[in-house]
Write a protein that binds this ligand. Structure first.
Ligand code: ADP
Length: 318
């Protein structure tokens, strides 16, 4: 016999008290044995504990954690279990996200690492057989650019730790928005794949953490390059909107499906979760949105499939 609270029933998706066998039947078939074993162990240990999946009457899958203590009668016969039930669906979901993220992050770090290793091996061989080879600087460059890539990835991870620990401190100064944008996007001009157009109020002065705002613009521009590989135009616009400064980065790429837009600034979020087509950690926009929020500004995006996306942020002028 089982006596349950309203909340217990609700966790199982039931609106009222139901017989015990309905609770047991709600368990996911693959977790039956686990639950039975936990009950068997409880008879000897005196403690019940298990986490299992259940299936709601409407078919949705949820996770529960059951915990309890066995009470014995005078002749040491187990009489009843008093316990609690928790809905841990959200917790399990986050745990899964974290596991997925670790696998993505390791993979992302491994790619440049493999390239550095290959460059080092080739250099090692070249130096032995042909120490004056003109290929040597080429391999050093390749190794260096992979090292830079690794450094960026590690920086992103460290940024996230800082944000979660509430340690993202800002060092504000006054500077020209146009000058910062011109300097931070040199790398795109150098590769020559995309043309950058800077429009709007090129005299506008910002009062902000230059390095952090630089990081946000670089992230927008790098995404524009990455997710719009077939178009060669990127327009960066600076404008004054009341007492706020706005910077926007427009690309003419494939755009983002409307249903994905609300999640873009979440941690680890990526539209293409398979990661086959584009590499990335899904952290850039999350870090950017935290930086803008710390400045007291806002961040947003307008996007149309097949036409492109415009990512923008605003920060207070003073
Ligand atoms: P990452 O690029 O490492 O995946 P971001 O946080 O920078 O992480 O971006 C999150 C997701 O937003 C990307 O995975 C991509 O799907 C989408 N996205 C970002 N910028 C653009 C863009 N300019 N065009 C299309 N999709 C974009």
């Amino acid at each position: 016999e089982i006596l349950t609270s309203e909340r217990f029933n609700a966790i199982f998706g039931f609106a009222r008290d139901v017989p015990r066998d309905l609770f047991v039947k709600a368990l996911h078939p693959d977790d039956f044995e686990l639950r039975n074993n936990a009950h068997k162990t409880a008879l000897t240990s005196g403690k019940l504990f298990y986490e299992a999946r259940i299936i709601w009457p409407d078919g949705t899958l949820r996770w529960i954690r059951a915990q309890g203590k066995v009470y014995y009668g005078s002749i040491n016969k187990p009489l009843r279990i008093l316990g609690t039930l928790l809905d841990i669906t959200e917790f399990k979901h986050l745990q899964q996200q974290k596991d997925d993220f670790i696998s993505v992050a390791s993979h992302e770090l491994k790619t440049p690492m493999t390239s550095i290793k290959a460059s080092m091996q080739l250099l090692d061989r070249l130096i032995k057989v042909d120490p004056s080879s003109d290929k040597i600087p080429q391999f050093i460059n390749r190794g260096n650019s992979s090292l830079n890539k690794m450094q960026q990835l590690v920086d992103s991870l460290l940024n996230v730790s800082k944000i979660t620990a509430g340690q993202l401190t800002l060092y504000k100064t006054r500077f020209l928005a146009a000058q910062m944008i011109n300097e931070c996007c040199d790398h795109v001009r150098l590769t020559g794949t995309h043309e950058l157009e800077l429009t709007g109020d090129t005299e506008l002065e910002l009062y902000a953490d230059r390095q952090r705002i630089d990081q946000v613009v670089v992230n927008f521009v790098n995404n524009a390059v990455k997710y719009a590989p077939d178009s060669n135009r990127i327009v960066i616009n600076i404008s004054k909107q009341g007492d706020m400064a706005q910077v926007s980065v427009q690309d003419f790429g494939k755009g983002i499906p409307a249903e994905n837009i609300p999640h873009l600034f979440e941690r680890y979020y990526r539209v293409d979760t398979s990661g086959i087509q584009y590499s990335g950690l899904g952290l850039g926009l999350y870090i950017s949105s935290e930086i803008i929020e710390r400045h007291g500004g806002e961040m947003g995006v307008e996007s149309e499939i097949g036409k492109g996306s415009t990512f923008w942020f605003t920060i207070p002028l003073n």
